[in-house]
Design a protein around this ligand. Structure first.
Ligand code: MN
Length: 282
């Protein structure tokens, strides 16, 4: 972020023990103090992520805090999921031309949406635990849209501010007979990172290169220009069923090249304009 010219573009990371950082070129600025301006809540907690819901008001404070914050070497921070409290994750099956995620080959005319548990969210530094030995677990790298405002019906999906930002996601998928939502919702099976890049910095989400490599070998490569249902269509479809709240996550599907993960693998995911994240499998 260029904090001195009112430039609203931001890359926001959560790091170490729930610290808030702004990624600026090759450094991270710790702006955690700004979180004190978030409203304090008594029980029950709101259904939205507090930081994403208040990002508009906080932006000037974050930019001001950046000017005073010391630079931290990004190599020295542990990146957590950029959205701390998503209410829900909406994902979609077979949403790329040539998709080879499970069940692909019979392309649905409307987006085939499903839900993942919010508790499956983890950050790159948390690592990916394969908790059920002997079960096949696949990587699916995906562009993730972070909802920025309440969206109560499909027609609201075109309103400004509907997407607060984007990040990279891995929709980790255990194969097998259980319900899809369960198999994809094991702890840590929605890896998000490396940070939230605000929507204005990303521009058109329909023209981003997407890549995933395992141990240095590229397995998935594609472009969001090959999405069958783009971000606005997915938001509209989801909002036809459920009210989307700030911090909710819409995973957009995975390009071809899905494959299994093993203990000890190092996964590198890269999406144009959103950065690169490394995840160790254990
Ligand atoms: Mn997926």
């Amino acid at each position: 972020v260029s904090s001195n010219d009112g430039d609203p573009r931001l890359k926001l990371c959560r790091f170490d023990a729930d610290r808030l950082g702004v990624v600026e070129g090759a450094c991270v600025r710790d702006v955690t103090q700004v979180l004190e301006r978030l409203p304090a809540h008594r029980w029950p907690s709101p259904a939205s992520d507090a930081l994403v819901a208040h990002l508009g008001e906080l932006r000037p404070l974050i930019e001001a805090a950046c000017e005073r914050a010391p630079a931290i070497d990004p190599a020295r921070v542990s990146l957590r999921a950029p959205v701390a409290n998503p209410g829900k994750l909406i994902a979609v099956r077979s949403n790329y031309c040539g998709a080879d995620d499970e069940g692909a080959g019979n392309l649905p005319a409307a987006p085939d949406l499903f839900l993942k548990a919010a508790s499956s969210v983890a950050g790159p530094a948390d690592g990916l635990e394969l908790r059920l030995p002997g079960r096949r677990v696949d990587h699916e790298v995906e562009l993730v849209a972070i909802v920025g405002r309440p969206v109560t019906r499909a027609s609201d999906a075109a309103l400004p501010g509907v997407v607060a930002g984007y990040c990279i996601g891995i929709d980790v998928t255990m194969r097998g007979p259980e319900d899809r939502g369960l198999r994809k919702s094991l702890d840590g099976f929605s890896v998000l990172g490396p940070w939230l890049t605000t929507a204005d910095e990303v521009g058109d989400p329909g023209r981003l290169e997407v890549e995933l490599a395992v141990n240095g070998q590229v397995r998935q490569h594609g472009s969001t220009s090959k999405l069958l249902h783009g971000v606005p269509a997915l938001l509209a479809a989801a909002a036809g069923y459920v009210t989307l709240q700030p911090g909710d996550l819409v995973m957009t599907g995975t390009p071809p090249g899905v494959g299994p993960l093993e203990r000890g693998d190092v996964v590198r995911c890269c999406i144009e304009r959103l950065g690169t994240m490394l995840v160790e499998v254990r």
